[in-house]
Design a protein around this ligand. Structure first.
Ligand code: UGA
Length: 432
Protein backbone atom coordinates (compact mmCIF):
# COMPACT_ATOMS: atom_id res chain seq x y z
CA UNK A 1 0.00 0.00 0.00
CA UNK A 2 1.03 3.61 -0.43
CA UNK A 3 1.05 5.22 2.98
CA UNK A 4 1.92 8.66 4.37
CA UNK A 5 2.68 9.27 8.03
CA UNK A 6 2.35 12.75 9.49
CA UNK A 7 4.79 13.38 12.35
CA UNK A 8 8.12 11.65 12.91
CA UNK A 9 8.19 11.39 16.70
CA UNK A 10 8.22 8.06 18.50
CA UNK A 11 4.80 7.03 17.25
CA UNK A 12 4.94 8.32 13.66
CA UNK A 13 8.47 7.35 12.73
CA UNK A 14 8.41 3.90 14.33
CA UNK A 15 5.03 3.14 12.73
CA UNK A 16 6.21 4.30 9.31
CA UNK A 17 9.44 2.34 9.46
CA UNK A 18 7.68 -0.83 10.66
CA UNK A 19 5.08 -0.55 7.86
CA UNK A 20 7.96 -0.27 5.37
CA UNK A 21 9.55 -3.35 6.97
CA UNK A 22 6.36 -5.21 6.04
CA UNK A 23 6.50 -4.16 2.39
CA UNK A 24 4.51 -0.89 2.27
CA UNK A 25 5.75 2.25 0.53
CA UNK A 26 5.86 4.90 3.22
CA UNK A 27 6.35 8.67 3.07
CA UNK A 28 7.16 10.24 6.46
CA UNK A 29 6.19 13.91 6.72
CA UNK A 30 7.46 16.42 9.25
CA UNK A 31 7.56 20.22 9.41
CA UNK A 32 11.06 20.18 10.91
CA UNK A 33 13.49 20.53 8.00
CA UNK A 34 16.57 19.67 10.06
CA UNK A 35 14.91 16.46 11.25
CA UNK A 36 13.90 15.50 7.72
CA UNK A 37 17.44 16.15 6.45
CA UNK A 38 18.80 13.83 9.16
CA UNK A 39 16.37 11.06 8.26
CA UNK A 40 17.19 11.43 4.56
CA UNK A 41 20.78 10.60 5.51
CA UNK A 42 19.52 7.46 7.28
CA UNK A 43 19.95 8.91 10.76
CA UNK A 44 17.19 8.49 13.33
CA UNK A 45 16.38 11.76 15.13
CA UNK A 46 15.44 9.78 18.26
CA UNK A 47 17.31 7.22 20.31
CA UNK A 48 15.35 4.01 19.92
CA UNK A 49 16.83 0.53 19.78
CA UNK A 50 16.78 -1.06 16.32
CA UNK A 51 15.23 1.96 14.58
CA UNK A 52 18.27 3.17 12.58
CA UNK A 53 18.92 -0.39 11.39
CA UNK A 54 15.34 -0.76 10.10
CA UNK A 55 15.46 2.71 8.49
CA UNK A 56 18.54 1.68 6.54
CA UNK A 57 17.29 -1.80 5.73
CA UNK A 58 14.08 -0.40 4.22
CA UNK A 59 15.45 2.80 2.72
CA UNK A 60 14.09 1.90 -0.75
CA UNK A 61 10.55 1.93 0.63
CA UNK A 62 10.94 5.01 2.83
CA UNK A 63 10.81 8.67 1.84
CA UNK A 64 11.16 11.64 4.20
CA UNK A 65 9.81 15.03 3.27
CA UNK A 66 8.43 18.38 4.44
CA UNK A 67 6.32 18.61 1.28
CA UNK A 68 3.01 17.47 2.75
CA UNK A 69 0.98 18.40 -0.30
CA UNK A 70 2.81 15.94 -2.55
CA UNK A 71 3.00 13.37 0.24
CA UNK A 72 -0.75 13.27 0.96
CA UNK A 73 -1.98 13.63 -2.62
CA UNK A 74 -2.39 10.04 -3.75
CA UNK A 75 -2.07 7.71 -0.78
CA UNK A 76 -4.23 4.73 0.21
CA UNK A 77 -3.77 5.52 3.87
CA UNK A 78 -2.61 8.67 5.67
CA UNK A 79 -1.64 8.17 9.30
CA UNK A 80 -1.70 11.07 11.76
CA UNK A 81 0.99 10.49 14.40
CA UNK A 82 1.63 14.00 15.71
CA UNK A 83 1.80 14.93 19.39
CA UNK A 84 -1.16 15.79 21.60
CA UNK A 85 0.62 17.53 24.48
CA UNK A 86 -1.06 18.49 27.71
CA UNK A 87 -2.65 21.93 27.96
CA UNK A 88 -2.48 23.96 31.17
CA UNK A 89 -5.95 22.75 32.19
CA UNK A 90 -4.95 19.08 31.70
CA UNK A 91 -6.88 18.62 28.45
CA UNK A 92 -5.15 17.38 25.30
CA UNK A 93 -3.89 20.00 22.85
CA UNK A 94 -5.28 18.89 19.50
CA UNK A 95 -4.00 21.78 17.42
CA UNK A 96 -1.34 19.65 15.67
CA UNK A 97 -3.88 16.96 14.81
CA UNK A 98 -6.32 19.48 13.33
CA UNK A 99 -3.54 21.31 11.48
CA UNK A 100 -2.52 18.06 9.78
CA UNK A 101 -6.18 17.25 9.02
CA UNK A 102 -6.48 20.64 7.27
CA UNK A 103 -3.35 19.93 5.23
CA UNK A 104 -4.71 16.52 4.26
CA UNK A 105 -8.06 18.02 3.25
CA UNK A 106 -6.32 20.49 0.95
CA UNK A 107 -3.94 17.92 -0.55
CA UNK A 108 -5.83 14.68 -1.26
CA UNK A 109 -6.71 13.97 -4.87
CA UNK A 110 -8.43 10.60 -4.38
CA UNK A 111 -10.43 8.48 -1.92
CA UNK A 112 -8.37 7.44 1.09
CA UNK A 113 -8.45 6.41 4.71
CA UNK A 114 -7.11 8.80 7.34
CA UNK A 115 -5.90 6.98 10.44
CA UNK A 116 -5.61 8.82 13.75
CA UNK A 117 -2.81 7.18 15.71
CA UNK A 118 -2.18 10.12 18.05
CA UNK A 119 -3.76 9.71 21.48
CA UNK A 120 -6.91 11.81 21.25
CA UNK A 121 -9.93 12.38 23.49
CA UNK A 122 -13.03 10.37 22.82
CA UNK A 123 -14.98 11.91 19.96
CA UNK A 124 -11.98 13.50 18.21
CA UNK A 125 -12.04 11.07 15.27
CA UNK A 126 -15.60 12.17 14.48
CA UNK A 127 -14.45 15.80 14.51
CA UNK A 128 -11.44 15.05 12.29
CA UNK A 129 -13.74 13.34 9.78
CA UNK A 130 -16.17 16.26 9.80
CA UNK A 131 -13.29 18.68 9.20
CA UNK A 132 -11.88 16.59 6.36
CA UNK A 133 -15.26 16.29 4.65
CA UNK A 134 -16.01 19.98 5.06
CA UNK A 135 -12.69 21.14 3.64
CA UNK A 136 -11.82 18.59 0.93
CA UNK A 137 -13.17 18.14 -2.58
CA UNK A 138 -16.75 16.78 -2.08
CA UNK A 139 -16.24 14.10 -4.74
CA UNK A 140 -13.51 12.49 -2.63
CA UNK A 141 -14.53 9.95 0.00
CA UNK A 142 -12.40 10.08 3.15
CA UNK A 143 -13.12 7.77 6.07
CA UNK A 144 -11.39 8.31 9.39
CA UNK A 145 -10.25 5.37 11.52
CA UNK A 146 -8.99 5.37 15.07
CA UNK A 147 -5.90 3.19 15.47
CA UNK A 148 -4.28 3.94 18.82
CA UNK A 149 -0.66 3.06 19.50
CA UNK A 150 0.53 0.86 22.34
CA UNK A 151 4.30 1.06 21.90
CA UNK A 152 6.53 2.02 24.81
CA UNK A 153 9.67 4.11 24.40
CA UNK A 154 12.86 2.07 24.51
CA UNK A 155 11.09 -0.98 23.08
CA UNK A 156 9.09 0.83 20.40
CA UNK A 157 10.22 -1.23 17.38
CA UNK A 158 9.63 -4.57 19.09
CA UNK A 159 6.29 -3.36 20.51
CA UNK A 160 5.16 -2.40 17.00
CA UNK A 161 6.33 -5.46 15.08
CA UNK A 162 5.03 -7.80 17.80
CA UNK A 163 2.25 -5.68 19.22
CA UNK A 164 0.12 -6.85 22.14
CA UNK A 165 -2.88 -5.95 19.96
CA UNK A 166 -3.86 -3.78 17.03
CA UNK A 167 -7.04 -1.82 17.69
CA UNK A 168 -8.99 -0.44 14.74
CA UNK A 169 -11.99 1.82 15.30
CA UNK A 170 -14.16 2.42 12.23
CA UNK A 171 -17.70 3.35 11.31
CA UNK A 172 -17.71 1.48 7.98
CA UNK A 173 -16.72 -2.21 7.65
CA UNK A 174 -14.75 -1.86 4.39
CA UNK A 175 -12.28 0.49 6.08
CA UNK A 176 -11.82 -2.09 8.84
CA UNK A 177 -10.98 -4.69 6.17
CA UNK A 178 -8.52 -2.35 4.43
CA UNK A 179 -6.63 -1.66 7.66
CA UNK A 180 -6.64 -5.34 8.60
CA UNK A 181 -4.96 -5.96 5.22
CA UNK A 182 -2.43 -3.20 5.94
CA UNK A 183 -1.46 -4.94 9.17
CA UNK A 184 -1.71 -8.55 7.95
CA UNK A 185 2.05 -9.19 8.23
CA UNK A 186 2.17 -7.90 11.81
CA UNK A 187 2.42 -10.43 14.60
CA UNK A 188 -0.56 -9.27 16.68
CA UNK A 189 -4.25 -9.95 17.38
CA UNK A 190 -6.51 -7.40 15.68
CA UNK A 191 -9.62 -5.97 17.32
CA UNK A 192 -12.06 -4.04 15.15
CA UNK A 193 -14.54 -1.84 16.99
CA UNK A 194 -16.18 1.56 16.61
CA UNK A 195 -14.18 4.77 16.78
CA UNK A 196 -15.15 5.92 20.27
CA UNK A 197 -14.42 2.53 21.78
CA UNK A 198 -11.00 2.47 20.11
CA UNK A 199 -10.23 5.94 21.48
CA UNK A 200 -11.35 4.82 24.94
CA UNK A 201 -9.26 1.62 24.81
CA UNK A 202 -6.13 3.76 24.55
CA UNK A 203 -6.91 5.98 27.55
CA UNK A 204 -8.35 3.15 29.63
CA UNK A 205 -5.21 1.05 29.02
CA UNK A 206 -2.66 3.76 29.77
CA UNK A 207 -4.56 5.00 32.80
CA UNK A 208 -4.96 1.49 34.16
CA UNK A 209 -1.18 1.04 34.01
CA UNK A 210 -0.66 4.40 35.71
CA UNK A 211 -3.17 3.36 38.36
CA UNK A 212 -1.28 0.12 38.91
CA UNK A 213 1.99 2.02 39.45
CA UNK A 214 0.45 4.54 41.86
CA UNK A 215 -1.23 1.70 43.76
CA UNK A 216 2.07 -0.14 44.12
CA UNK A 217 3.79 3.06 45.20
CA UNK A 218 1.21 3.57 47.95
CA UNK A 219 1.59 -0.04 49.07
CA UNK A 220 5.36 0.58 49.08
CA UNK A 221 4.86 3.53 51.37
CA UNK A 222 2.81 1.38 53.70
CA UNK A 223 5.49 -1.33 53.54
CA UNK A 224 8.01 1.21 54.83
CA UNK A 225 5.67 2.17 57.68
CA UNK A 226 4.93 -1.39 58.82
CA UNK A 227 8.27 -3.03 57.99
CA UNK A 228 7.26 -5.15 54.98
CA UNK A 229 9.29 -5.46 51.77
CA UNK A 230 7.63 -4.24 48.56
CA UNK A 231 9.75 -6.39 46.27
CA UNK A 232 8.61 -9.56 48.02
CA UNK A 233 5.05 -8.24 48.25
CA UNK A 234 4.80 -7.56 44.50
CA UNK A 235 6.51 -10.86 43.70
CA UNK A 236 3.85 -12.58 45.78
CA UNK A 237 1.08 -10.62 44.09
CA UNK A 238 2.44 -11.26 40.60
CA UNK A 239 1.95 -15.03 40.81
CA UNK A 240 -1.78 -14.38 40.54
CA UNK A 241 -2.39 -14.26 36.80
CA UNK A 242 -5.40 -12.00 37.39
CA UNK A 243 -2.99 -9.39 38.76
CA UNK A 244 -0.02 -10.22 36.55
CA UNK A 245 3.63 -9.66 37.40
CA UNK A 246 4.23 -6.63 35.19
CA UNK A 247 4.03 -2.93 36.07
CA UNK A 248 4.36 -3.64 39.77
CA UNK A 249 7.77 -2.02 40.12
CA UNK A 250 7.68 0.50 42.96
CA UNK A 251 9.73 3.62 42.36
CA UNK A 252 9.62 7.38 42.17
CA UNK A 253 6.57 7.53 39.97
CA UNK A 254 5.72 7.35 36.31
CA UNK A 255 7.07 9.94 33.88
CA UNK A 256 7.25 10.14 30.12
CA UNK A 257 5.09 11.64 27.46
CA UNK A 258 2.09 9.37 28.01
CA UNK A 259 0.93 8.41 31.50
CA UNK A 260 1.13 11.91 33.04
CA UNK A 261 -0.75 13.52 30.15
CA UNK A 262 -3.22 10.68 29.55
CA UNK A 263 -4.26 10.47 33.21
CA UNK A 264 -4.86 14.21 33.26
CA UNK A 265 -6.71 14.10 29.96
CA UNK A 266 -9.15 11.42 31.17
CA UNK A 267 -9.63 13.31 34.41
CA UNK A 268 -10.38 16.44 32.39
CA UNK A 269 -12.76 14.55 30.11
CA UNK A 270 -14.69 13.14 33.07
CA UNK A 271 -14.97 16.64 34.56
CA UNK A 272 -16.18 17.94 31.23
CA UNK A 273 -19.01 15.40 31.46
CA UNK A 274 -19.73 16.52 35.08
CA UNK A 275 -18.13 13.44 36.52
CA UNK A 276 -15.09 13.00 38.70
CA UNK A 277 -13.07 9.88 37.95
CA UNK A 278 -11.82 9.33 41.49
CA UNK A 279 -9.40 6.47 40.86
CA UNK A 280 -7.45 8.40 38.24
CA UNK A 281 -7.48 11.57 40.31
CA UNK A 282 -5.87 9.62 43.16
CA UNK A 283 -3.29 8.08 40.81
CA UNK A 284 -2.26 11.57 39.65
CA UNK A 285 -1.93 12.90 43.21
CA UNK A 286 0.07 9.89 44.40
CA UNK A 287 2.41 10.25 41.43
CA UNK A 288 3.10 13.95 42.02
CA UNK A 289 4.11 13.17 45.62
CA UNK A 290 6.09 10.13 44.68
CA UNK A 291 8.32 12.06 42.29
CA UNK A 292 9.50 14.27 45.16
CA UNK A 293 10.22 11.38 47.49
CA UNK A 294 14.03 11.41 46.90
CA UNK A 295 14.45 15.01 47.99
CA UNK A 296 12.17 14.41 50.98
CA UNK A 297 14.40 11.54 52.07
CA UNK A 298 17.50 13.75 51.73
CA UNK A 299 15.83 16.39 53.95
CA UNK A 300 15.83 13.85 56.79
CA UNK A 301 19.63 14.12 56.81
CA UNK A 302 20.20 17.74 55.85
CA UNK A 303 17.99 20.78 56.49
CA UNK A 304 19.62 22.33 53.48
CA UNK A 305 21.70 20.75 50.73
CA UNK A 306 23.89 23.86 50.52
CA UNK A 307 27.56 23.09 50.05
CA UNK A 308 26.99 19.37 49.49
CA UNK A 309 28.27 17.52 46.46
CA UNK A 310 25.45 15.46 44.99
CA UNK A 311 25.87 12.61 42.52
CA UNK A 312 22.88 11.96 40.26
CA UNK A 313 22.78 8.67 38.36
CA UNK A 314 20.15 8.56 35.60
CA UNK A 315 18.23 11.54 34.22
CA UNK A 316 15.72 10.09 31.74
CA UNK A 317 12.17 9.06 32.71
CA UNK A 318 13.04 5.41 32.08
CA UNK A 319 15.96 3.41 30.66
CA UNK A 320 16.31 2.86 26.91
CA UNK A 321 15.40 6.40 25.90
CA UNK A 322 16.94 9.87 25.88
CA UNK A 323 13.54 11.38 26.67
CA UNK A 324 13.28 13.56 29.78
CA UNK A 325 9.61 14.46 29.65
CA UNK A 326 8.07 14.41 33.16
CA UNK A 327 11.18 12.70 34.52
CA UNK A 328 11.61 12.80 38.33
CA UNK A 329 15.12 14.27 37.75
CA UNK A 330 13.47 17.44 36.46
CA UNK A 331 11.68 18.16 39.73
CA UNK A 332 14.37 17.02 42.16
CA UNK A 333 17.50 18.56 40.63
CA UNK A 334 16.17 22.17 40.61
CA UNK A 335 15.51 21.86 44.35
CA UNK A 336 19.10 20.71 44.93
CA UNK A 337 20.40 23.63 42.84
CA UNK A 338 18.12 26.08 44.65
CA UNK A 339 19.55 24.93 47.95
CA UNK A 340 23.07 25.61 46.66
CA UNK A 341 24.30 22.03 46.16
CA UNK A 342 27.01 21.13 43.66
CA UNK A 343 25.27 18.64 41.35
CA UNK A 344 27.23 16.12 39.29
CA UNK A 345 25.21 14.00 36.88
CA UNK A 346 25.60 11.00 34.62
CA UNK A 347 23.24 9.33 32.19
CA UNK A 348 24.27 7.12 29.25
CA UNK A 349 22.15 9.02 26.68
CA UNK A 350 20.14 11.72 28.45
CA UNK A 351 22.81 14.34 29.26
CA UNK A 352 22.64 16.28 26.00
CA UNK A 353 18.88 16.75 26.35
CA UNK A 354 19.28 17.69 30.01
CA UNK A 355 21.82 20.40 29.12
CA UNK A 356 19.27 21.94 26.76
CA UNK A 357 16.86 22.42 29.70
CA UNK A 358 19.38 24.91 31.17
CA UNK A 359 18.28 24.28 34.74
CA UNK A 360 21.45 25.62 36.29
CA UNK A 361 25.07 24.84 36.98
CA UNK A 362 25.48 21.06 36.70
CA UNK A 363 28.71 19.11 36.17
CA UNK A 364 28.14 16.39 33.56
CA UNK A 365 30.43 13.41 34.07
CA UNK A 366 31.65 10.80 31.63
CA UNK A 367 31.54 7.87 34.03
CA UNK A 368 29.69 6.67 37.10
CA UNK A 369 32.96 6.59 39.06
CA UNK A 370 33.75 10.24 38.37
CA UNK A 371 30.16 11.19 39.27
CA UNK A 372 30.46 9.49 42.65
CA UNK A 373 33.92 10.90 43.33
CA UNK A 374 33.77 13.10 46.44
CA UNK A 375 29.95 13.11 46.65
CA UNK A 376 28.02 13.31 49.92
CA UNK A 377 24.75 11.90 48.60
CA UNK A 378 23.91 9.83 45.53
CA UNK A 379 20.45 9.93 43.95
CA UNK A 380 19.41 7.22 41.48
CA UNK A 381 16.55 8.33 39.22
CA UNK A 382 16.72 5.80 36.35
CA UNK A 383 17.44 2.08 36.45
CA UNK A 384 19.86 1.92 33.51
CA UNK A 385 21.63 -1.49 33.27
CA UNK A 386 25.00 0.25 33.84
CA UNK A 387 23.67 1.51 37.18
CA UNK A 388 21.95 -1.73 38.19
CA UNK A 389 25.05 -3.80 37.38
CA UNK A 390 27.42 -1.44 39.15
CA UNK A 391 30.04 -2.82 41.55
CA UNK A 392 28.37 -1.38 44.66
CA UNK A 393 31.64 -1.19 46.57
CA UNK A 394 32.30 1.91 44.42
CA UNK A 395 29.87 3.96 46.50
CA UNK A 396 31.97 3.86 49.66
CA UNK A 397 35.25 3.90 47.70
CA UNK A 398 34.41 7.04 45.73
CA UNK A 399 32.00 9.04 47.89
CA UNK A 400 32.89 11.31 50.80
CA UNK A 401 29.93 10.08 52.84
CA UNK A 402 27.99 7.29 51.19
CA UNK A 403 24.30 8.14 51.51
CA UNK A 404 22.45 6.53 48.62
CA UNK A 405 18.85 7.38 47.75
CA UNK A 406 17.81 4.82 45.18
CA UNK A 407 14.49 5.70 43.55
CA UNK A 408 14.41 2.53 41.46
CA UNK A 409 15.36 -0.28 43.87
CA UNK A 410 18.43 -1.19 41.83
CA UNK A 411 20.28 -3.27 44.44
CA UNK A 412 19.56 -6.26 46.67
CA UNK A 413 19.34 -5.30 50.33
CA UNK A 414 21.45 -8.31 51.33
CA UNK A 415 24.30 -7.00 49.16
CA UNK A 416 24.03 -3.42 50.37
CA UNK A 417 24.11 -4.64 53.97
CA UNK A 418 27.72 -5.68 53.42
CA UNK A 419 28.70 -2.14 52.44
CA UNK A 420 29.56 0.78 54.75
CA UNK A 421 26.73 2.90 53.31
CA UNK A 422 23.36 4.35 54.20
CA UNK A 423 21.00 2.96 51.58
CA UNK A 424 17.45 4.20 51.07
CA UNK A 425 15.18 2.59 48.50
CA UNK A 426 11.42 2.47 47.92
CA UNK A 427 9.15 0.29 50.07
CA UNK A 428 12.05 -1.52 51.71
CA UNK A 429 13.88 -1.15 55.00
CA UNK A 430 16.73 1.36 55.16
CA UNK A 431 20.25 0.00 55.50
CA UNK A 432 22.44 1.89 57.97
C1 UGA B 1 3.47 3.93 27.91
C2 UGA B 1 2.75 2.58 27.78
O1 UGA B 1 3.49 1.57 28.49
C3 UGA B 1 2.59 2.16 26.33
O2 UGA B 1 1.81 0.98 26.24
C4 UGA B 1 1.88 3.29 25.56
O3 UGA B 1 1.72 2.99 24.18
C5 UGA B 1 2.70 4.57 25.69
O4 UGA B 1 2.79 4.90 27.09
C6 UGA B 1 2.01 5.67 24.92
O5 UGA B 1 0.87 6.01 25.24
O6 UGA B 1 2.56 6.12 23.91
P1 UGA B 1 6.05 4.70 27.95
O7 UGA B 1 5.52 5.96 28.57
O8 UGA B 1 6.95 4.82 26.78
O9 UGA B 1 4.82 3.77 27.45
O10 UGA B 1 6.85 3.87 29.03
P2 UGA B 1 6.49 2.83 30.20
O11 UGA B 1 7.42 1.69 30.10
O12 UGA B 1 5.07 2.52 30.24
O13 UGA B 1 6.91 3.66 31.50
C7 UGA B 1 6.23 4.82 31.92
C8 UGA B 1 6.69 5.23 33.29
O14 UGA B 1 6.22 4.32 34.28
C9 UGA B 1 8.21 5.27 33.48
O15 UGA B 1 8.56 6.45 34.17
C10 UGA B 1 8.54 4.06 34.33
O16 UGA B 1 9.66 4.25 35.14
C11 UGA B 1 7.27 3.94 35.15
N1 UGA B 1 7.01 2.57 35.64
C12 UGA B 1 6.71 1.58 34.78
C13 UGA B 1 7.07 2.31 37.00
O17 UGA B 1 7.33 3.22 37.83
N2 UGA B 1 6.82 1.05 37.45
C14 UGA B 1 6.51 0.03 36.60
O18 UGA B 1 6.29 -1.11 37.09
C15 UGA B 1 6.47 0.31 35.23
Amino acid sequence: MKIAVAGTGYVGLVTGVCLAEHGHLVTCVDVDEAKVALMQQGVSPIYEEGLSELMNKNRDRLTYTTDYKAAYADKDVIIIGVGTPEKKDGSANLSYVYAVAEQIAHSVTRDCVVVVKSTVPIGTNDKVEALLNAKSDPSIHIHVASNPEFLAQGTAVRDTLHASRIVIGVEEPETGELLKAMYQEFDAPILVTNRKSAEMIKYASNDFLALKISYVNEIALLCELVGADIDDVTRGMGYDSRIGNKFLQAGIGYGGSCFPKDTKALHWLANFHDYEIKTIKAAIEVNENQKLKPIKIARKYFDSLEGLTIAVLGLTFKPGTDDLREAPSLVNIPIMLDDGAHVKAWDPVGMENFKKRALGDITYCDSIESTLDGADVCFIFTEWPEIKNLDVSLFSKEMRQAIIIDGRNCYALARMEQEPVIYHSIGRRTIF
